[in-house]
Design a protein around this ligand. Structure first.
Ligand SMILES: Nc1ncnc2c1ncn2[C@@H]1O[C@H](COP(=O)(O)OP(=O)(O)O)[C@@H](O)[C@H]1O
Ligand SMILES: [Mg+2]
Length: 295
């Protein structure tokens, strides 16, 4: 791997599916590198190949051609890497209804190769708190809302502070406040070193990511970061403000620098300010009408 801090590198990945007589090219030569601790949004319309790319990174599907290499285990099939290396929040969530919310979040710790529940108790308490699940931890997933279930699956994915988080539309079932809460939790994990690849439709949340990778018909395309101000512009502003002793203009709400300038220090500060009431999780119609249906 060329760069020391690259967690994974995909090179020229191709994947096609057969649909009757037709061949669908889900991925058509994808090359991508993810660095330690960065949050990358994977943005594209329905059917553009987002889930296929995440599945290949997870080792759930094999590419037809191309290479995938994790720096922690060169030569190892990604499907054989432990939860500490790759953790997945799939669109289907995959919660186990025979276990309560807390036990679901503890799943990776409880696996034979896992560290055991005691070793991650504090972290899991923190994640349940930050993601608004502490009050439901004794309930089975079927007795909480779909939004709460999705946050349970995120807490489970982050339970062992993985090297890489693969999250497929993690705010797809959240209302606006919790969508932000989900992205803040992802940012907090990145700050602790987890690289995050997040398939998303939600343009408002792109302010929380470091980099945006667009995908169209299985090809990666450049997407400009909305509101991104070049570092030199910010630096010049800092110097000018110091010289004039005027208070600096705060970063605009849409600026990704807001999350850099005002980093989330503790997981406990990550919870969204808005208190939700039952049923709120179903209320993301606004976002859906704006950005199209989740896929
Ligand atoms: N198992 C499959 N069999 C046939 N076609 C598939 C399969 N999985 C995905 N596809 C097709 O591959 C393309 C990319 O799908 P997907 O990766 O799910 O896109 P996205 O997640 O961006 O909506 C779509 O045309 C989809 O219909
Ligand atoms: Mg998808």
């Amino acid at each position: 791997m060329s760069k020391v801090n690259a967690v994974v590198r995909l090179s020229e990945i191709k994947k096609s599916y057969r649909r009757g007589p037709e061949e669908v090219r889900a991925l058509d030569g994808v090359t991508l590198e993810l660095k330690k601790g960065e949050v990358v949004a994977l943005v594209g319309p329905s059917g553009s190949g987002k889930t296929t790319l995440l599945n290949i990174l997870a080792g759930w599907e094999d590419p037809d051609s191309g290479t995938i290499e994790y720096s922690s285990a060169p030569g190892t099939h990604p499907g054989n890497l432990p939860w500490r290396d790759i953790a997945i929040l799939p669109q289907s969530l995959g919660l186990i209804d025979e276990m309560n919310v807390r036990e679901n979040v503890e799943l990776a710790a409880r696996l034979p190769e896992g560290p055991g529940v005691g070793a991650v108790k504090e972290r899991i308490d923190g994640l349940l708190g930050v993601l608004g699940l502490a009050g439901f931890q004794d309930r089975p997933p079927s007795e909480i809302s779909i939004g709460e279930q999705q946050r349970t699956a995120l807490a489970r994915a982050l339970s062992l502070s993985p090297q890489l988080l693969l999250a497929d539309e993690p705010s797809g079932h959240q209302d606006a406040a919790w969508a932000e809460g989900v992205f803040r939790a992802i940012r907090a994990a990145a700050k602790q070193g987890t690289s995050c690849l997040v398939a998303t439709h939600n343009e408002e949340l792109l302010q929380f990511v470091d980099r945006i990778v667009g995908i169209r018909d299985g090809h990666l395309v450049d997407v400009e970061h909305p509101g991104l101000r070049p570092p030199e512009e910010l630096a010049a502003e800092v110097v000018a403000a110091a010289e004039s002793e005027q208070p600096m203009e705060p970063a605009p709400d849409h600026s990704p620098f807001r999350s850099v300038v005002e980093p989330v220090e503790e997981e406990t500060q990550v919870a969204p300010a808005v208190k939700l009431h039952p049923g709120d999780d179903e209320g993301d119609d606004d976002l859906r009408s704006k950005f199209g249906p989740a896929t």
